[in-house]
Design a protein around this ligand. Structure first.
Ligand code: GLY
Length: 383
């Protein structure tokens, strides 16, 4: 089928399946046709949240005109509600609403909606079809692509989940117009992640155009979304189940997940926790002699320029280390980090001595303050 002008289709060729990510302003309008082409004609069950549906519901409903929508089910999409209990509740609602194996779940929302709805699709009746319509920047550039689904436990983030690839992802940046500012900026941290690990040009673009991007300049926004989607498609295509290189996408997530866990998923948005995590990983990398201090200074200025990060909670390094050891990325109790080694280059699987982390942890708030006040000089980053 013909796609609207200025819309691109990027194919994710994961080992278990291959599917398009349709990107562009207006890509939502042919949603009904896209669903038939990629997910078939079975009944659709739209899973979303009250706040997403409030802002984006009318547009999505309009795009679904003529489609076989059986039910719209809304649920709490705060990170603290991303629990096994939410999955049980949704599965029970689905079965009572008549969903059977020919159902397609349409996840319309941000990262939490996508993760929960994705996990429901992976497990309900042993798996039904899934389509993502991401409505936040974070979900458009990252979480809706690649098949990771899951929920949190009090013991740690995303500790229960499954890989379940969608049949289709539709990223329409016009949906971001109604996104609360804090949510938008939290998504920008994931864009910084892609730039830092894989795309020097994207990093430079962010440095040059952060103001325009922050004002939702549609051209700039499209460019950054497309770059991130292409990077993610390539990485997932090489390593669908994170047996190796996909781990690089966890830059900033080792500490980020621990921060979310120790604050009961209530203090940071995911992207913000990742912002702190990238800042820490950059400093750790300098301390281990893997990253030039001037390059770290650029990274930290970029992170601090996206948003003033919520204050770190009064948590000890020991507690954070304890939570990080339970993370999926640790092996034999050794925490594995993704460390930047240049702009657009990172290594994964790095073991970081506890002492190095403790020193960085103690200094983190001061670095963030300095970066915000643009006082940071490269040499200062030497531990
Ligand atoms: N968000 C990291 C990944 O999809 O692997």
């Amino acid at each position: 089928m013909a796609l609207p002008k200025n819309t691109q289709s990027i194919q994710v060729k994961a080992g278990s399946s291959s599917y398009p990510v349709i990107c562009g302003a207006g890509s939502l309008s042919p949603l009904s046709e896209l669903l038939i082409t990629h997910a078939g004609v079975g009944p659709l069950f739209v899973l979303s949240s009250p706040r997403v549906w409030n802002f984006c519901g009318p547009k999505i409903r309009h795009a679904l005109k003529g489609a076989n929508v059986s039910r719209v089910i809304l649920f709490d999409d705060h990170e603290s509600a991303k629990t096994p209990r939410a999955v049980e509740m949704l599965c029970r609602k689905l079965i009572r609403a008549g969903a059977r194996r020919n159902a397609t779940i349409v996840a319309a929302g941000g990262g939490v909606v996508g993760d929960i709805a994705g996990f429901v699709a992976a497990t309900f009746l042993r798996g039904v079809s899934l389509v993502h319509v991401p409505t936040t920047l974070l979900a458009q550039v990252d979480s809706a692509i690649g098949g990771k689904t899951g929920v949190n436990l009090p013991e740690g983030k995303n500790l229960v989940g499954a890989f379940h690839q969608p049949k289709l992802v539709v990223c329409d940046p016009t949906l971001l117009n109604s996104l609360p500012e804090r949510q938008f900026r939290a998504g920008l941290f994931e864009v910084v992640k892609y730039a830092a690990i894989a795309d020097q040009r994207l990093f430079e673009l962010m440095e040059a155009k952060l103001t325009g991007i922050s004002r939702h300049d549609m051209r700039a926004l499209m460019e950054i979304i497309l770059r991130c989607v292409k990077i993610k498609a390539a990485i997932v295509g090489r390593d669908e189940r994170e047996d190796g290189g996909r781990a690089v996408l966890n830059f900033g997530h080792t500490l980020g997940h621990a921060l979310e866990t120790v604050t009961n998923y209530r203090h940071f948005l995911h992207g913000e926790a990742v912002g702190w995590g990238m800042l820490a990983a950059s400093l750790v990398s300098v301390a281990l002699g893997k990253l030039d201090p001037d390059v770290a200074a650029r990274m930290i200025r970029m992170i601090a320029g996206v948003e003033r990060l919520p204050a770190l909670s009064k948590t000890s390094a020991t507690r954070i280390l304890d939570v990080m050891q339970r993370d999926k990325k640790s092996r034999e109790g050794i925490v594995r980090w993704v460390l930047p080694i240049g702009i657009g280059r990172a290594e994964y699987g790095a073991a970081v001595p506890q002492e190095s982390f403790r020193r960085v942890w103690a200094a983190l708030p001061e670095w963030e303050r300095k970066a915000r006040e643009a006082e940071c000089l490269g040499a200062e980053y030497r531990a």
